[in-house]
Design a protein around this ligand. Structure first.
Ligand code: ZN
Length: 161
């Protein structure tokens, strides 16, 4: 069995402080509390970046973050909380999907952009990243199908010559 890739190179690349390295080493899995703080943008910036980075490639983590955000009912302390509590302000997943495909009406599309860029809603951001990855996966699959189709057709043409 090949050895597990060492953690050291990643830490070197990230140029993290010793304390941060220790913290990161402890949280190969981020805790719910850390994710909750992430939603509040209340983590140290290195850790914010680490979570953000992990969210890009880690679908289960995104799902956890969304679940945590949805579970948080208590205490409205920040503007972000108010936005999150009032989930009506969040576009639906369908709307986010249409937003990616650029098939929304202009005013709806403007609102989604405002919601993402100005409000910086992290729930929708996570949802959007998830949808984008799904779309990329679907595209890959259909490309493979298309390729297989052309290969088959080419084979048939040759045979008929
Ligand atoms: Zn939102």
């Amino acid at each position: 069995m090949s050895p597990k890739p060492a953690d050291a190179p990643l830490f070197t690349v990230l140029r993290l402080s010793t304390a941060m390295r220790k913290e990161l080493a402890n949280v190969a899995e981020f805790t719910d509390q850390q994710l909750s703080h992430y939603l509040d943008e209340a983590l140290p910036s290195d850790l914010m970046a680490a979570v953000e980075n992990a969210l890009r490639s880690d679908r289960p983590l995104r799902e956890r973050l969304i679940a945590i955000a949805e579970r948080r009912e208590a205490g409205v302390h920040t503007l972000g909380d108010i936005w999150r509590r009032n989930r009506l302000s969040c576009p639906t997943r369908e709307e986010l999907g249409s937003f990616i495909l650029d098939t929304l009406d202009d005013d709806v599309s403007d609102y989604v952009r405002f919601h993402l860029e100005t409000i910086g809603c992290r729930i929708c951001e996570a949802n959007l990243a998830d949808l984008r990855q799904q779309q990329a996966t679907n595209e890959e699959a259909s490309q493979t199908r298309r390729q297989r189709f052309f290969q088959t057709s080419a084979g048939l043409l040759k045979r008929h010559r």
